[in-house]
Each structure stands twice: as C-alpha cells, then as structure tokens.
Design a protein around this ligand. Structure first.
Ligand SMILES: Nc1ncnc2c1ncn2[C@@H]1O[C@H](COP(=O)(O)OP(=O)(O)OP(=O)(O)O)[C@@H](O)[C@H]1O
Ligand SMILES: [Mg+2]
Length: 543
C-alpha cells in the first residue's frame, strides 16, 4: 500500500517536473529574439549598412535607425516582438542607441543560453544579470564627464556622433541645426527636459539636404489663398485662427430649395452677401489682418465672395490648416482658436512681425517670422524645413535629425557625456570581469558572461568597418586593463584609438562623444528584456 502511494506521488512529481517543455520554450524564445538582433547587427556604427524595407502598402523605406527598421519589419514570434518593443522603449527614453540596445540584448541572450546549458537556473541568471547591469550603470557614471549646456562645441560633437552613422553624415548643416533648435526651445539655465513637439519639421522634396533651414518662428505648408486678389505679405501681422468657415451654410443632403421667382433668387444672393460681409467686417473690426482657417470636411473654407471681401479689407488668408497643427500655431504665435464669429475678439489674436509666402526650390511655403517672445510659462517654438532630392532621403534625413535632437535632449536631461565607439561597453566589460574574479557563485560566472556579451558592441563596430574584430577587441582589452577607459574602435585609424578628449599619454582624442543617458538606458532596458524572456517557461494561446 505504502509502496503504491509513494509511486503515485512520485509520478505526480514527475509530471510536474516536465523539464523538457520549459527548456524548449526558452530556447525557442531565445533563438527567435536573437534572430532579430542578428538581422540589424550590420547596421551598427558609422560604417553600418542601411536596410531597405518594403511595407505592405508598397512603400519603400531606406533607414539606418534601429527602431524604424524593427517597427516596419513583420515580426511574428512573441519573443522577437519583445525586442521590437525594446527598441521602441529606447527610442522613447533616449531617442538614439536603438540599434545598440537590440544588439546588446541579443548578445546577453546568447550568454544566458550558454549559462542555461550549464544547468544554472534562469531566475538565478536573470537576477545576477540585473546586478551586473546596476554595476554597469555605476561604471558608466564613473567614466562620464559633466558638461555645460552653454558649451556649444561639446553639444555639436554629440550631435555629430549620432549623425555619423546615417546616410546624411556628410552634411555639415544638420548637427548645428539640431543643437540650435533644441537650445532655442529651452531655457538653458533651468531646463531639465525638452519637449520636441516645440520643434516642427516640414519635409519638402526639392533641392538638396544642404538647403534645409531653420526658421525662428512658424512655417506652414499651406499657401496663401490668392484667387481673390488679397495680399501675400503682411507686416505687423495680427493673426486670427478660426475654426468656422467663411462660406454660406450648406443645406442638408436630402433638402431641396426650389426657387421659381427671380426676386427670391435675388433675396438669397443678398442674404449670402450680408452674411459673409458681416463676418468679414467683424474680423476686420477686431484688427485682424491675417486669417488662418481650419480645414473642414463639411464646408468650403472660403468662397469667391468672402475672398473678395477679405481682399478688399486687406486680410491675408490661409486655408486648410490641419487639426493637429492648431496647437503648434497657437503656441508659436500666441493666438487662440476661435470657434464662432461671435467670439472673435482682439484678445484672441496672435502677432508676428512678418508673414509672407515665399517660393524656393520649386515649392511655396508660408513663413511667419518675428514672433514675439512668449510670456513666462509658454515655450518657444522653431520650425525646420527639410529639403532633399527625393522622399526616401528626405524621410531618413528627418529621422536622423530627430535622433540628433534626441541626443541633445538626453544631454539636457542628464548633463554628462561618455566616449563612444565601444569604449563604454569595453570599460564596463573590464570592470565586470574584475568583479567576477572576486565574487562567489552565481555572480562569478554570470558577471563574466555579461562582460563578454557586452563586447559585442566593439566587435560589431569593428566587423562593420571591415577591421579584424579579434585583433581590435584583444587590443581594447589590453588598453582598458591598462587603465584607459576612453579607448574605443577608431574607424579613422583603422584600429583602436582614444575616443573622447585626449588620452593618457597625450594621444589626441577623436571627439567621438555620446550622452551618458543613451548608454545607461540601453544597458538597463536590454537586461530587463533579457530577464523577462528568461522567466518565460510556457507559451499559451488565448481565445
Ligand atoms: N566616429 C565614430 N567612431 C567610432 N564609433 C562611432 C563613431 N560614431 C559613432 N560611433 C558608435 O556607433 C554606435 C552607434 O551606431 P548607430 O547610430 O548606428 O546605432 P544606434 O545609435 O545604436 O541606433 P540608432 O541610431 O539607429 O537609433 C555607438 O556605439 C557609437 O559610439
Ligand atoms: Mg545612433
């Protein structure tokens, strides 16, 4: 009796301890996630390649941006999707380093796989990795140098490093533009974050990237309505932004108006005339001389008659302003949207020194310049007009510029920089390997694995640049052991070199600097995702 009982409880235990399935699930997850990391590995660094992606709609995207690549790839496996989300998280947190974060996560997963094969429990690995990540962040903080936002040269370096891996790396104008745009919208003394929504980018095909310009004010894609003969240039503009239309109301679809008498016809026309004239007069009375009209799907913004009145009273008119542009226009000109003619009052108007329609390189845009400095609490805004020969390069230029602005935003959030080119990863790797030597299980083995996994960044940078990766990494290890934490992969010298400011023995630095926040957030987010993937032991389908 006792024997059978023992046997049955043993069987239950065995059924519970089905070790095969969790292992299989874990391995499948790791393989899928690593496949994603391998797919974008070749895009890392200044000599990284770009990817061409064809979307379901038939559009083509050419990009080097990790987040854009992954977002547009059709990734199906749930664990692989976690890496897509990881790139997205890095994009939100730091804006740059989205390729690095995925490459690091892939490499950490590889390390975890080897540790699992040795029979170490996944929870133990993930907890130890978490401790390693915390130490990594500490090391990065130790090698960072504080910066000052008034030091424009340093900010320019950071922006240039971020742009160096993009198609537009040769453009000299973009880095200063990114720096100036961000510095314009913040208060340099007190800022600790940047709202990039205050920087508006307008893409226009035509010309080359070097024709891109930054405008201290507002640029609208819409043109001035000229058919009524109204002005196209107004100085000392008083801007009104209306959400109603200057055209007669339309009858409902099913209604019909039958007019069988010419006097009635006359009356209708007269009504329309007075209706419109009254509206335009009210607008003029509020001393408004520039009118922006929000787009409506129900009615025409203006008709010939109202345009005629507007032209007579010398009011410039821009129609088809999109709903999502309203906020930016209000912020930059200081106007308030006006929902109906009765509330059209002077205090809702914005002002600018000059508004004019300009034509450059085959397209016309409306520029609003000389916008008054906003009162305290209202952020300043700038607009950037991106130019490019075709939409593919234009889109990539916009993404690259966004990355560069994110880098400056990182520096505003956390005012510290570290050398780039794989130097920070090597420094962390060196420190972790040393800790591993003196720790007990499991940190001894897991820290070592973590340290080796981080070497993927310099290895990949070297591989992508056509260098001998083994030679570069061993040389890097030696230099870091020698107490030179800012030595990294030098593309210029075709080997290793001092990245940031000048090195130990007076070796000139290459000025490759990146924000501390990009690297710390990459390591933190990557190890968190690895922890999540390791802790999964089953995949179930839901209805
Ligand atoms: N001139 C350079 N020399 C050596 N390494 C560089 C240089 N410029 C940038 N790097 C390194 O290249 C890496 C960044 O590459 P890249 O910009 O392609 O990817 P990312 O920043 O991780 O992702 P993404 O820009 O797509 O969001 C960083 O490790 C950076 O230090
Ligand atoms: Mg980058």
């Amino acid at each position: 009796m006792a024997a059978t009982q023992a046997a049955s409880s043993n069987a239950g235990n065995n059924a519970f301890k089905d070790k095969e399935k969790p292992q299989a699930v874990r391995t499948a997850n790791i393989v899928a996630a690593r496949a994603v990391a391998d797919a974008i590995r070749t895009s890392l660094g200044p000599r990284g390649m770009d990817k061409m992606i064809q979307t379901g709609k038939g559009e083509t995207i050419i990009t080097n941006d990790g987040n854009t690549m992954l977002k547009d790839m059709a990734v199906l496996h749930p664990a692989a999707k976690m890496l897509v989300d990881l790139a997205n998280a890095q994009d939100i947190e730091a804006g740059d380093g989205t390729t690095s974060v995925v490459v690091i996560a892939g490499s950490l997963l590889g390390a975890a796989e080897r540790l699992l094969a040795k029979g170490i429990h996944p929870t133990i690995i993930s907890e130890s990795f978490q401790r390693a990540a915390a130490q990594a962040v500490q090391v990065l903080q130790d090698i960072s140098t504080p910066i000052n936002l008034s030091d424009r040269q340093t900010l320019l370096r950071a922006a240039a490093t971020s742009l160096s891996s993009k198609i537009v790396s040769q453009e000299p104008k973009l880095a200063p533009m990114a720096v100036d745009a961000v510095l314009k919208v913040i208060d340099q003394k007190s800022a600790d974050n940047v709202d990039l929504k205050n920087i508006r980018m307008l893409k226009k095909v035509g010309g080359v990237i070097d024709d891109s310009e930054m405008i201290d004010g507002l640029v609208l894609q819409q043109q001035v309505v000229k058919s009524g003969g109204g002005p196209t240039r107004i100085e000392k503009a008083r801007i009104g932004l209306i959400q109603f239309q200057l055209s007669p109301p339309k009858p409902d679809m099913e209604n019909q108006i039958v007019v069988n008498d010419y006097r009635q016809m006359d009356k209708i026309l007269k009504e329309e005339r007075t209706y419109l004239l009254n509206m335009v007069k009210k607008i003029k009375k509020a001393k408004c001389n520039v009118l922006f009209i929000q787009k409506s799907i129900l009615r025409d913004a203006v008709n010939d008659l109202s345009l005629h009145f507007l032209a007579k009273l010398n009011i410039l008119c821009v129609k088809d302003v999109e709903r999502d542009e309203i906020e930016f226009i209000c912020k930059s000109t200081g106007c308030k949207p006006i929902a109906d003619i009765d509330s059209f009052t002077e205090d809702k108007l914005g002002s600018a020194d000059l508004i004019e329609e300009v034509s450059s390189l085959g397209s016309r845009i409306t520029k609003v310049t000389g916008v008054k400095a906003p009162s305290a609490g209202v952020p300043k805004t700038v607009s950037i007009v991106c130019r490019g020969a075709n939409s593919l390069i234009l889109d990539e230029a916009e993404r690259s510029l966004h990355d560069a602005m994110c880098v400056i935003r990182c520096l505003v959030k956390k005012k510290a920089m570290i050398p780039g080119g794989g130097a920070p990863e090597m420094a962390v790797s060196h420190s972790l390997s040393r800790t591993a030597l003196t720790s007990s299980f499991p940190d001894s083995i897991c820290f070592k694995a973590f340290a080796e996994a981080l070497e993927v960044v310099p290895i990949t940078l070297a591989e992508n640049a056509g260098l001998n990766a083994i030679k570069v990494v061993t040389e890097l290890r030696a230099r870091h052991a020698n107490g030179e934490p800012n030595v990294g992969v030098s593309i210029k010298r075709g080997g290793v070199g001092v990245m940031g400011t000048d090195g130990k023995a007076g070796e000139a630095g290459e000025g490759v600097m990146q924000p501390l926040l990009v690297s710390t957030s990459a390591i933190e987010l990557a190890s968190e995702t690895v922890k999540m993937i390791l802790r999964i032991d089953d995949i179930a389908l839901s209805r």
